[in-house]
Design a protein around this ligand. Structure first.
Ligand SMILES: *[C@@H]1O[C@H](CO)[C@@H](O)[C@H](O)[C@H]1NC(C)=O
Ligand SMILES: *[C@@H]1O[C@H](CO)[C@@H](O)[C@H](O)[C@H]1NC(C)=O
Ligand SMILES: *[C@@H]1O[C@H](CO)[C@@H](O)[C@H](O)[C@H]1NC(C)=O
Length: 186
C-alpha cells in the first residue's frame, strides 16, 4: 500500500514538473510561424515582406510586435506630414480642406491613430497584450473613418497619395492585431 501511494505520488510529481517546464517554455519563446500570421491578414504579401524586413526575423513575437509598432509609428507620422501638406495646398477647395482636417483629427495624437500607437507602446511595455490588440483595432477604425467617411458627413473622393499611405498604416495595424492575438493566447 505504502509502495503503491508513493508510486502515485511520484507519478503526479512527474506530471507536475513536466507541465511546469511546458509552461515556462511557452511563455519564454512565444514562437509562431510567419505564414500562420500572414495567411490571416488581408494583404499577405505585404505581411511577409514586412516581417522579413525585421532584423530579428519573425520567430520572437515580442521582438516582432515591437518592430511592427515602430513601423506603424513611422507610417502614421508620415501620413500626418502628408495631411498637413494637403491641407496647406487645399485653400481653394473647401471640400478637400474639410476632408483633410477630419483626417488630421483621425490620425492625430489627441484621439486618433497616433494616440493609439503611443498607448500600444505603453501596453506592450507592461505586458498587456490585450491592450495592444485593442489599440491595433483602434488604429484600423480611425483609418477607415478618414478614408471611407465618417458620420459627420465627410466622404471625399480623394485622388491624393493619402489613401495609399492610409492603406499601409491599416495593413501594418492589422498585422499587429493578429500578432497580439497570438501573444494573448500563447
Ligand atoms: C498589398 O500591399 C502592397 C504594398 O502596399 C500593394 O502594392 C498591393 O497592391 C497590395 N495588394 C493587395 C491585394 O491589396
Ligand atoms: C529584435 O531582435 C534583433 C536581433 O536580436 C535586434 O537586432 C532588434 O533590434 C530587435 N528589435 C526590436 C524592435 O527590439
Ligand atoms: C512605413 O514605414 C516603413 C518602415 O519604417 C517604411 O519603409 C515605409 O516607407 C513607410 N511607408 C509609408 C507610406 O510611410
Amino acid at each position: 500500500m505504502v509502495h503503491f501511494s508513493s508510486l502515485v505520488m511520484a507519478f503526479f510529481l512527474f506530471l507536475f514538473s513536466f507541465s511546469c517546464i511546458t509552461l515556462t517554455n511557452a511563455s519564454a519563446t512565444k514562437v509562431v510561424d510567419v505564414d500562420t500570421i500572414c495567411k490571416e491578414v488581408t494583404n499577405s504579401s505585404f505581411c511577409s515582406s514586412l516581417i522579413k524586413s525585421n532584423p530579428g526575423g519573425g520567430a520572437d513575437l515580442l521582438n516582432l510586435t515591437q518592430y511592427t509598432i515602430d513601423v506603424v509609428r513611422t507610417n502614421v507620422s508620415n501620413t500626418i506630414n502628408l495631411i498637413n501638406t494637403l491641407i496647406a495646398q487645399s485653400d481653394n477647395n473647401m471640400e478637400a480642406k474639410y476632408h483633410y482636417q477630419r483626417c488630421l483629427y483621425y490620425f492625430g495624437k489627441d484621439e486618433g491613430a497616433l494616440h493609439e500607437v503611443v498607448d500600444a507602446q505603453e501596453y506592450l511595455k507592461n505586458g498587456d497584450y490585450e491592450g495592444v490588440n485593442e489599440c491595433a483595432k483602434g488604429i484600423m477604425v480611425y483609418v477607415e473613418k478618414c478614408i471611407s467617411g465618417d458620420d459627420e458627413g465627410d466622404s471625399y473622393s480623394d485622388t491624393s497619395l493619402l489613401p495609399k499611405y492610409a492603406d499601409v498604416v491599416e495593413n501594418v495595424a492589422e498585422i499587429i492585431f493578429h500578432i497580439s492575438n497570438y501573444l494573448v493566447h500563447v
